[in-house]
Every structure is written in C-alpha cells, then in structure tokens.
Design a protein around this ligand. Sequence first.
Ligand code: CP
Ligand code: NVA
Length: 310
Amino acid sequence: RPVLAGRDFLSNLDMSVAELRVVMDTAHSMKRGEWREVKPLAGLSLALVFEKASLRTRTTFDVGMYQLGGHAITLSNTEIGLGTRERVSDVARNLERWVDGVMGRVYLQQTLHELADHASIPVINGLSDMLHPAQLLADYQTIEEEFGTDLRGRRVVYIGDGNNLANSHIHMGILTGTEVTIVTPVGYEPNAGVLMDAVRAGVNVTLTNDLAAIEGADVLYTDVWISMGMEAEADIRRRAFRGYQVTPAMLDTIAPDGIFLHCLPAHYGEETVPEATEHPKSRVFDQAENRLHAQKALMYHLMGNLKPRW
Ligand code: CP
Ligand code: NVA
C-alpha cells in the first residue's frame, strides 16, 4: 500500500521515520526483483524537469518509471525556460493537467516549493541548491546493505563542502539516528536552517574543520567542491578545500568494515582520486545502482494510489 500518496518529496523530512522504513523496505524488495511482474504505475507519466545536467538522476527516474509500467518525459530548461520563458506557477498548472508527477532538478529550492504550491500532483526534489533527498534514499539503502536496518549510533562522516549533500545528510541523521559529522573548511558549513532542523529535533550534529574526525567512521562520504552553478568560485574553492581530499590513506583510517560513498560525478584530483573509487571500501557504484531501486520505491509510494486519468 502506498504510504506517501499525493504528497511532495522536497526534503527527507517530508517522510516520517515509519514512512522512511516502509520506503526503504520497498527499495530492498524491488532490488531483489520481487516487483518484476507488478506494474503499479501503468498508465501514469512523470515529467523530469532539468535546469542542470544529470546522468544518474535522469536515467534512474526514467528507467524506474518504465520498470513500474509508467512513462517519463524529460524537459530540459532550454525547452521550458522555468521562470524565464514562462513563470513557474504557470508551468506547474500546465504539467498537472497532463502528467501524474514532476521531478525537478533546479537551482533554487524555492522553485520546487513554487511548483509544489501550484501543482496538485506530487513534486519530487531531484537536487536543488539546498538538498538532494532522493540521493540520500539510495545512500541509506547502500548503508543498510552494509550494516543492517538499525543504524542508530553508526558514524556517518561527510567531508568537503557543506552543500546540498551535507544538508540532506543532516536530515537523514535526524530520521535514522546515525551520528552525523560534517567536516568542512571554515566558512563552508552546512545551511543554518537545516542545522536548526537538527536542533528542533534534539539531534546532535558535529561540525568540525578537523580531519581527525574521520577516524573510525562507519561511512565516509564526499561530494564535489564546486557544485553546479558555482563555477565562478572554482579557484577560491580549490584553495579553501585543499587537504580535504579523500585518498586511499584516509580510507585506511575509517573503521575496518567502514565504507566510502560519493554521490558522483567525481571531480578527480579535487575531492577525491580514482584510487579511492577503486578501493575495496568503496561502494560508489552500488550506491549509484541504488538510485534506481530507491527512487522506484519512492515513486510507487507517492503515485501508486493513482489510476490513469485518460
Ligand atoms: N548523483 C547525482 O545526482 O548524479 P547526476 O547529477 O548525474 O544526476
Ligand atoms: N553538490 C553537487 C551534487 C551533484 C549530484 C551539485 O550540486 O552539483
């Protein structure tokens, strides 16, 4: 039974702890192939709206819809011009007449809220400046594959830029009980509003500039230093982040059964090196695979109650 019927997924906190459990169990079950004969989204369509580039998000939402019996249509921003060719609220009120859900990869989180406010169909965050919640579902599926479903007290250490990925990690710590540490250079800490979410939930998040915090981590996670849209700051950032690179030597200091994750794409020579991706502790391609399973589970729970309108 779909547990998120008709809702939006703009942040991991849009799910309760119990709902997250159901979605994760569905993701594991889908990965085992138990849904192969089921087409719960038959006759439904999802619009994929992209203001920025994508490999994983575009492919996995599209293939995921196909595998669930539905259809996906990709709209690049050169086609629709969100907020330039047409105002966002009008785009929302057009799309809701034709499709059953919208996935948006946008510059501003606010654009997703605007889409959601004006469309009655589910809106899914496929990456904004602030959050990447669909990615974190796949990340935690990967973490559960390694450590089981009770993750309380597991140390998840994120190193690098306090960006969309770092913010969503804090949200997942709130939901799962992992102990989240964010290691950044001074001035690149996570979003203050997201840190307030943790304070409100009574959950401790460790912020530090000290690389020693990596020692003994169950999960070491990194992401690019220069996110899409920040290219103008590239030189300043490369200087600020020097030393925060994940290397095989750093992976030797995490827990013996610890794992290395990266949402990809990797900017090799910056936040990591090819030898870390190839390291025995790396699970980055399992993680990429799990985008498909986790998002299929998400889409089923958001839209699985719907019947074709045509
Ligand atoms: N990790 C991720 O979202 O990849 P893409 O940017 O290729 O979609
Ligand atoms: N932080 C990166 C993630 C890409 C998946 C960006 O926003 O570009």
